[in-house]
Every structure is written in structure tokens, then in C-alpha cells.
Design a protein around this ligand. Structure first.
Ligand code: F6P
Length: 384
């Protein structure tokens, strides 16, 4: 059967996007289908420029599986329901979803494989309600915070990059007897901070799910210095907040952007720690380093499993939805179960308990013992 499908990549990039594109293209081409890539989210469909939609034949996807970024480009300012349209010299948010669906059909596409996070899944779902024939979503984000799946591609690579950075920061922190406060991405979920913090031997991990008290962090640092372990690594998620406090933002949300940009908490904390403990402190923001570079093997494999599963669902069913990994198996999850919310770290999971057991401080006051905690709240979750 000759089928014609399209792929796009939306939101912030994540290592593994190219591996998914290649897997989708090869799995479809091997079934005799035609595959096209839409450039920069949905822009390639709308701007009517030559090259906005490109054929993904074998040559186009050759040798890209190990590369970071995306050969299609991406954007987190391309929501077709509030697309920046130039009117009287000014960009005005405009709903162009109807035109977009028309153009998609004009090009003869039967289905879209949409690679993205919660924003992209919600856009895909709404486009289907406007008449887009079928969409299979593939969960992408370094933040690992998408509902409906217990893993997203890009996360493992971000954890690896962050862990390597923590290893490097240990030696300079120790040499100078400093506190290094390391800010990592993750938006409103603490997955990167938790996993990399444990893997990289942090002394303090601050995540959005566990509001912290400055005094607890300072006590932990002072206790280390007293033991002549006179340096400390504090990993702070960009979305972490003090008990009763607010998140720290460096840039507000404008009319076209999906999210306001978090940032700045590490520098603020470094100054507070220095003032309160007298220990010299420095801040480091890892930022987009966590999104760049080649995917690690786990992400390359996951990306290919997700990409080929997307094509199998298109070939063998009439359904739409996002491919999620649940209990190790890939399955199709309805869009309304993956959008509108964040999958957060379960504060009683084994990863958090492991961190506490090895002496990592979350800046909180854990209630008694582990057994007391599960007695109070039921058994802890296993989240990985
Ligand atoms: O969602 C991925 C992510 O990298 C977040 O961790 C981070 O807060 C945000 O995107 C940064 O967005 P931008 O690319 O607009 O700076």
C-alpha cells in the first residue's frame, strides 16, 4: 500500500530527535511508503517557502542517528493556534490551525508523526479536532516530565552530561574549598537534578517537588566542613523553590512562547549560602549544554524503538495517540491522558530514598525514618 506520512519536531530540542526521524523514515520506506519532514515545527507547512517540506528518502536520513539537534529544525514559538503573523509591521498571535490542516491535506499526507513534549502533544491533539487525519506522538524531552510514559528520549543524555559536569566540578570545588551550586534544567520536575545528583555524588539536591529551607542546606554544608570535607556540591533544579517561596524566572512568557524561562536560582542560593555559612560559594548554570551533543546509547535505542513503533501503529491500527513506555512496554496512550500536567518525581520513590540513605540532603525535614514515612503514606513508588 502506498502511504504518505509527515514528521515534525516541536518544542526544545533533545538528543535522539535525529535517531527517531531516521527510524520513522526507514520503517516507513521499508514498507514502500513516502515520508516527508516539515521544517521548524509547523512553519514549513505555513510559510510556503521552497524546502519547507522535504522528502525523507534514504539519503536524507543516512548517518544521522548519532547526531544531536534535529535535521528538521524545531521551535517553541510555533503554536499554530497563536502563530506569529505579521500585521501592520507587528507580529500578532493568530489562529492559523484551519489553514494548516488544509495545507496538510493538500500535500496528500495521511498522518503526522509528531516528536515533542506536552505542548506539542496538546497542539497535535487540537489539530486532530480541527481535522488533521491522524497523529502518532513520540515523547521527547530532556525533562522526563511527560505524563503517560515513564521515560522520554533525551533524558538519559542530559543526565549523563550533567553527571560528567558534576565530576569535573568536584575537583575544582575541593581544590578551592568551595561550595559549587549547579543549576540544571527540568522545568517544574526534578528528574535531571535527582538522577544526575545521585550519580554524580552531590551533597545537596534541591528539586521542585521538595521545597527547601536554607537553614537545612547550610547545616549540611557546615557539618561537612567540620568533618574537614571542606567543599560541597549543591545541585539545584531550575524550578526548585524555598518552602513558602516562589520559582525564579529570568525571562517572562510572551504571546508566542510556550513557557516563561526559569533561571537564576543557583546564583541567588550561592550568595545566601556564602552569607549564612561564611564558606566561599560559586554558581554554575549548565543550561543548554544539557540539550546538546550526541545521544547516549540508551537514548539512541529508545528513539529507534519509539520511531519504529510509531510506524507500526500507523500500519496496523487506525488509532492516534502518543507512544509511551509503561512497565517496560511501548503502548499507545490517548492524547488527553498525556496533556495538561507534569509527571513529577514521586517524593517517596526509591531514587529519593537512595539519596537520603547515602546522606544527600534535600533541604527538607524528612519525617522520621523510612518506615515511618511509608507507614504514614503507604508504600513508596518505583519510578524508573
Ligand atoms: O523543556 C526543555 C527545556 O530545556 C527546559 O528544561 C528549560 O526550562 C527550557 O526548555 C528552556 O527553554 P529555551 O530553549 O526556550 O531556553
Amino acid at each position: 500500500m502506498n502511504r504518505r506520512i509527515a514528521i515534525n519536531t516541536g518544542g526544545g530540542d533533545a538528543p535522539g530527535l535525529n535517531a527517531v526521524i531516521r527510524a520513522v523514515a526507514l520503517s516507513a520506506l521499508n514498507r514502500g511508503w513516502e515520508v516527508f519532514g516539515i521544517r521548524q515545527g509547523y512553519e514549513g507547512l505555513m510559510e510556503n517557502e521552497p524546502g519547507g517540506v522535504i522528502a525523507l528518502d534514504r539519503d536524507a536520513v543516512r548517518g544521522i542517528g548519532h547526531l544531536g539537534g534535529t535535521i528538521l529544525g524545531t521551535t517553541n514559538r510555533g503554536d499554530p493556534f497563536r502563530y506569529p503573523v505579521l500585521k501592520n509591521g507587528e507580529r500578532v498571535p493568530t489562529d492559523i490551525s484551519g489553514k494548516l490542516v488544509e495545507r496538510f491535506k493538500e500535500l496528500g499526507f495521511e498522518a503526522l508523526v509528531a516528536l515533542g513534549g506536552d505542548g506539542s502533544m496538546s497542539i497535535a491533539h487540537r489539530l486532530m479536532q480541527r481535522g488533521l487525519p491522524r497523529v502518532i506522538g513520540v515523547p521527547k524531552t530532556i525533562d522526563n516530565d511527560l505524563k503517560g510514559t515513564n521515560v522520554t528520549f533525551g533524558f538519559a543524555t542530559a543526565v549523563e552530561t550533567t553527571t560528567e559536569a558534576l565530576d569535573r566540578l568536584h575537583s575544582t570545588a575541593q581544590a578551592h574549598r568551595r561550595v559549587m551550586v549547579v543549576e540544571v534544567m527540568g522545568r517544574h520536575a526534578g528528574w535531571i537534578a535527582l538522577f544526575a545528583g545521585v550519580a554524580g555524588g552531590a551533597d545537596v539536591i534541591l528539586i521542585p517537588e521538595i521545597p527547601y529551607r536554607l537553614e537545612r542546606i547550610c547545616e549540611k554544608i557546615e557539618e561537612r566542613y567540620k568533618r574537614r570535607r571542606d567543599f560541597a556540591i549543591v545541585v539545584v533544579s531550575e524550578g526548585a523553590k524555598e518552602l513558602g517561596g516562589e520559582e525564579t524566572y529570568k525571562m517572562g512568557k510572551d504571546a508566542f512562547k510556550e513557557h516563561a524561562v526559569l533561571g537564576g536560582i543557583a546564583e541567588r542560593l550561592a550568595r545566601q549560602i556564602e552569607a549564612s555559612t561564611g564558606c566561599e560559594a560559586r554558581s554554575v548554570v549548565l543550561g543548554h549544554l544539557q540539550r546538546g551533543g550526541s545521544p547516549v546509547s540508551f537514548d539512541r535505542l529508545l528513539a529507534q524503538r519509539l520511531g519504529s513503533a510509531a510506524v507500526r501503529y500507523l500500519a496496523e491500527t487506525e488509532q492516534s495517540g502518543m507512544i509511551g513506555q509503561v512497565a517496560g512496554e511501548l503502548t499507545l496512550i490517548p492524547f488527553d491522558q498525556v496533556t495538561g500536567g507534569t509527571r513529577n518525581v514521586e517524593t517517596r520513590s526509591d531514587a529519593v530514598e537512595t539519596a537520603r540513605d547515602v546522606g544527600i540532603c534535600f533541604g527538607d525535614e524528612p519525617v522520621g525514618t523510612f518506615l515511618a514515612r511509608i507507614g504514614a503514606h503507604g508504600p513508596p513508588g518505583q519510578q524508573t
